[in-house]
Structure formats: structure tokens, C-alpha cells
Design a protein around this ligand. Structure first.
Ligand code: NAD
Length: 248
């Protein structure tokens, strides 16, 4: 079991068809004790129950620094340690550059980038005390390509910020035994993308993907499993593309 007895926090993991939820299921299958963090307590608890009896669901808005700290404290109180954090919570807004109002910029930057910082800050002291830990940050191909169908330029900017923040964490925290790596998914069929894709649009997108299909949440979950587990013990500051070859 790749994650035996490891306590794994995943933000934004309540959404039924989402990447976070798929990651939670896969981590549980590999022996992890999973803590699902999301905006709504009821949905987070239900998601945790769905994957098994030993897991926990907690309300946590990652934009709220005190809420991140409360969640981390509660997990340490219950389980005594934190081994893995997946910073997965994110939102998109399909806007053009001149349509981005200050409140759009704030909302997208807050959840994707500020939330990654706050949640990481909440777990780092415990990981430092353990002298071990793995932080996985969910970026996007939008950061590398400068735009996407659903994201918007401010989303690309925030996800680019996630890559920089994650590399800086890897550099600073490596001597404490803490690794930090990013995942850059391509187009993955979840609630963020799912309902908005017509068959014609899907066919057009697939033309640009060498593996000739859209991604599924499990594709990304498997990369998270590698980065969370000791399989990646000598990997830090890395960016793992999960995009079907879209950038070749
Ligand atoms: P999703 O909408 O299914 O899941 C996002 C989750 O984040 C939801 O459960 C939502 O409730 C939660 N969330 C939103 N704001 C939050 C906040 N402030 N605090 C805590 N939780 C919050 O989306 P998804 O497609 O599974 O996306 C997961 C991550 O992957 C996101 O960071 C997204 O940007 C990234 N991503 C997705 C794709 C894709 O094609 N689906 C591609 C690249 C990157």
C-alpha cells in the first residue's frame, strides 16, 4: 500500500466528478487516511463517508487563513500528524482580458493562489516537526499555454503563480524533509469543464491531443498518488504534465 497510515489532506475534494474527489478515492484505496476539505461541511462529510469509514470531511474555505489553520489543527488533534497536502481547490472564469474586473481577478487569484499559500502555511509547521511531508499543488496547462477554453487570463496568471510558489516551497522546505511538486492537467472532464463541451468542440480539441482523448479525473489522481507517496522520494520542485501530449 503506497500510502499506508499516511494522513492526506485534499482541498476542494467534495465535488462528485472532480479531480480532488478522484484523488481522495485513490489515496484511500492505497491505505491513506483522507481528510476532505471543501466549502460546505455537509458535502465534505458525505464525500468522506462515501470513500470509507476512516476518513474525515471538514468545512474549509482556503481563502480564509484562520479556517485553514483550524482545519490543520483539528487533523493534528485527531490523527497526530499530516503527511500529504494536495492543494486542489480552484475556480475558473471564462473571461477575455478586457473583461476582467477587479472582483474577477480577486476571486480567481484568491482561491487558486492565495488558498495554496494559506493551506500550505497551515500544514508546514507540523510537517517540519515530523521532518517529512509532501505538498502537491494543482496548476494547469493554462499556466503553460497562456490561456485555455475555460480559464481566462487571470486563471492562467494565478496557476502560473502556483508553479512559482510551489518551486519556492520546494527550495525552502527541502532541508526540512518536505517535498513540493505541481501537477499541470490538460483538459479533464469534470464539473468545471463537463457540461460546457459540445461534441463539435470536443472533436476540435481532441485534434490537438496526441493521445486523442480528453483526460479523466483519475488520470490526474494517479500523478498525485506518485507525488504523495515515497515513489517520488527524490522528486521536488517538479512539474508533472497530465495533458495527453497537448504541449508537444
Ligand atoms: P471542480 O469544480 O469539480 O472541483 C473544485 C472544488 O473546489 C469544488 O469541490 C469546490 O467546491 C472547491 N472549492 C472552490 N472554492 C473553494 C474554496 N474557496 N475553498 C475550498 N474549496 C473550494 O473542479 P476540478 O476540475 O476537479 O478542478 C480541480 C483543480 O484542478 C482546480 O484547481 C482546477 O483549476 C484544476 N484544473 C482542472 C482542469 C480541468 O480540466 N478540469 C484542468 C487544469 C487544472
Amino acid at each position: 500500500m503506497l500510502l499506508s497510515d499516511k494522513v492526506c489532506l485534499i482541498t476542494g475534494a467534495a465535488s462528485l466528478r472532480g479531480i480532488g474527489r478522484a484523488t481522495a478515492r485513490l489515496f484511500a484505496e492505497h491505505g491513506g487516511r483522507v481528510v476532505i476539505l471543501d466549502l460546505d461541511a455537509g458535502q465534505a462529510e458525505a464525500a468522506a463517508r462515501e470513500i470509507g469509514p476512516d476518513h474525515l470531511g471538514l468545512a474549509c474555505n482556503v481563502v480564509d487563513r484562520a479556517a485553514c489553520q483550524r482545519a490543520a489543527d483539528e487533523v493534528v488533534g485527531r490523527f497526530g500528524r499530516i503527511d500529504v497536502l494536495v492543494n486542489n481547490a480552484g475556480i475558473t472564469q471564462p473571461l477575455k482580458i478586457m473583461d476582467i474586473a477587479p472582483e474577477n481577478y480577486d476571486a480567481v487569484t484568491d482561491v487558486n493562489l492565495r488558498g495554496t499559500l494559506y493551506m500550505s502555511q497551515a500544514v508546514i509547521p507540523q510537517m517540519r516537526a515530523q521532518q517529512s511531508g509532501s505538498i502537491v499543488c494543482m496548476s494547469s496547462v493554462s499556466a503553460q499555454r497562456g490561456g485555455g477554453i475555460f480559464g481566462g487570463p487571470h486563471y492562467s496568471a494565478a496557476k502560473g503563480g502556483v508553479l512559482g510558489l510551489c518551486k519556492a516551497m520546494a527550495r525552502e522546505l527541502g532541508p526540512d524533509g518536505i517535498r513540493a511538486n505541481s501537477v499541470t492537467p490538460g483538459l479533464i472532464q469534470t464539473d468545471i469543464t463537463g457540461g460546457k463541451l459540445t461534441d463539435a468542440l470536443k472533436a476540435e480539441i481532441i485534434k490537438g491531443i496526441p493521445l486523442a482523448r480528453l483526460g479523466v479525473a483519475d488520470d490526474v489522481a494517479k500523478a498525485c498518488l506518485f507525488l504523495a507517496s515515497d515513489l517520488s522520494a527524490y522528486t521536488t520542485g517538479a512539474v508533472i504534465d497530465v495533458n495527453g501530449g497537448m504541449l508537444i
